[in-house]
Write a protein that binds this ligand. Structure first.
Ligand code: FE2
Length: 231
């Protein structure tokens, strides 16, 4: 039975957020105000507007979840590792703010040539953030992930995951879980769902299966389901 993994599934969701946002940014005509507004609204970190249009919110809130729910527990076992990763979270927040600033500046410009130039700058700072974020997640997967599995039991890890999901507004939690589900292959999904089946109360687990069906679509879910070994 694979160990509980607090990092890889959610990191793959964050990678999907980054890939989707990166493609949107590099294909936007920044002389088109409406198209610019649409992509720039994803660069605002205003979680109240709803996560579906706030990609930077995902990146920020995920780092915050790790800092407050995982790193604080791990500090007594691996203080230097935790400090190193927390410093990187601070750098992530700085880079997120920088992307937001450039995005705000772009929306104010009226001259087409200036908008195109600012759009290139927006792509550049966003790619800096995305590159840093992806490298950071890769690093976590070879440092803090094995450390959590070394020092904590599967029950403790599952309890941390539950508290991360439980402490979010339900709508936000469902959207984040949706990104996770849509970013997994069938083998990862089997491991995650089998782990959840062991640790979650049956009604909560049923809710998770419903979310999986909603996010994958009925047809894909029907082909996945028999291979998940959940019966
Ligand atoms: Fe992190």
């Amino acid at each position: 039975m694979p160990r509980e993994d607090l990092f890889t599934p959610i990191h793959n969701a964050m990678r999907s957020v980054i890939y989707d946002t990166g493609r949107d940014l590099q294909t936007t005509d920044f002389t088109d105000r409406e198209a610019t507004q649409k992509v720039c609204s994803k660069m605002e970190k205003d979680i109240k507007r709803g996560l579906s249009s706030c990609m930077l919110c995902y990146l920020s809130s995920h780092a915050e979840d790790e800092s407050t729910k995982v790193f604080n527990v791990m500090r007594s076992y691996e203080p230097e590792m935790v400090d190193m990763l927390l410093k990187e979270h601070e750098e992530i927040e700085r880079e997120i703010d920088q992307v937001m600033q450039i995005s705000d500046q772009l929306k104010q410009l009226s001259d087409s040539e200036e908008r195109i130039l600012k759009g290139k700058e927006l792509n550049r700072v966003a790619n800096n953030l995305f590159g840093y974020y992806i490298t950071h997640m890769n690093k976590e997967e070879v440092t803090i992930l094995p450390a959590t599995q070394k020092y904590l039991t599967d029950e403790q890890l599952a309890a941390i995951r539950t508290s991360i999901v439980r402490d979010k507004p339900p709508d936000q939690a469902a959207k984040e879980v949706g990104w996770v589900i849509r970013s997994m292959n069938i083998n990862e999904m089997r491991d995650v769902l089998l782990g959840m089946k062991k640790t979650m109360p049956p009604p909560a687990f049923e809710g998770m299966l419903k979310l999986a069906e909603q996010n994958l679509g009925k047809e894909k879910w029907e082909t996945f389901k028999p291979k998940l070994g959940l019966e």
